[in-house]
Design a protein. Sequence first.
Length: 257
Amino acid sequence: MPFQSIAHRGASALAPENTLASFEKAIELGFDYIELDVRLSKDKQLVVIHDADVQRTTDGEGQIEYFTVKDLKKLDAGSWFSPAFAGEKIPLLNEVLTRYSGKIGIIIEMKSPENHPGMTEILADTLKWFKSSSQIKVQSFHVNELKKFHQLAPKIPAGLLLSKPLDLFHLASYRDFASFLSVHHLLLSKSFINQAELFGYEIYSWTISKQYQFADMQRLGVQGIISDDEKRLPDSIMYVLITPFLKGQDFLKTLLA
């Protein structure tokens, strides 16, 4: 079954995550979507970065919420990955949308919206300016903020991120505001996917890095695969056949590590 390939923070195995360079690489490789993270700056602008602070992915220090956009733009967001990307900047969400909306699908994750009043409203208002809304989706782990987003922007697909299983009651109730579920790949099973599809959800799996995992997700029938690397399809039907064995080996290695 074909699936939509989703570049996790852009092609983040090949370029610094959540930068224009990683998004350009994802387009070059033929991904269907880029996935990115947004946080609020001190001056209430949506900036594209995963962590709550800038230490890991820039040459600066401090929490995002204490930086203005002007100050964030002074940081180098590329050198930590490779000298070849020196000078890469933290992008604004508006910059990404203006540059890529209509060229590639975009999945936006709201990071900790419950701790940043106004983020959900600002995002909903921002997205109203972009016509290619069918190719723009929003996801979050936070149920109440996702409900709020759906109320503010009902035409933009909203998805719930899951790191633990859902029962039938919650599958049914969350369908009021969520049209897709982004699920950690270790939680996925054929029975869960069948149940979710009965309620009309699309299922995306995260974050896939090994070739047999691609085969496993393809066998389960997910609609989207989130990956850091190039979109890798199994080379042969043998990957599908030996996936259970390889998956078991991987589980044992994790236990023994």
